[in-house]
Design a protein around this ligand. Sequence first.
Ligand code: 5RP
Length: 222
Amino acid sequence: MTQDELKQAVARAALDYVVDGEIIGVGTGSTANFFIDELGKIKHRIKGAVASSEATAARLRSHGITVFDLNEVDAMPVYVDGADEITPQGAMIKGGGAALTREKIVASVAQKFVCIADGSKLVNVLGNFPLPVEVIPMARAVVARKLAALGGEPRLRLKDGQPLLTDNGNLIIDLHGMQIERPAELEAVINNIVGVVTVGLFAQHGANVCLLGTTDGVQTLS
Ligand code: 5RP
């Protein structure tokens, strides 16, 4: 099976977690895109969705799914999203698609985080994937110095040779070379740096369920 077929398989499996008549939170990225395409097939069963990025909102709308502003939504049973890395305990690195802030906000409103990922994303220790940190532009240099002091190598994320801007108008610093043994602790430390908007560690509130695509089928970790 190709990686895309594995992503498609977990996207399909995630439909089992969709709650009829409710609003669902939807993540960002290639695996989330497969999920949106599956969701489009059962859109009559849901009230609508809250999107974690402009790209996700556009794809949901292209399927005729109503997109709600999070401010109109008090609660939602489920949030479905991919991950860049996930541990067997459900701690994740996210933000490879630069949507980490809205992902964390939408996920915080949902009762259950269902992570969908191909098997290559499962790791015992997070950090091989550079850790994304969304930063207020004027704080770029000071935050980079403080991140370097944690032992990693901070690099400003570029797109087409220019600093990438998130949907929120901020920058992303990717922290390379970290071996993250205690992700919840590091999440708290980086959250505490002035100028940081969001760190792409989802450990204090990790995934409740992970649907992992393997050549032996979809495995459920919970
Ligand atoms: C976007 C994310 C994605 O969930 C993460 O990058 C995984 O993406 P993909 O499904 O394309 O591998 O956090 O900000």
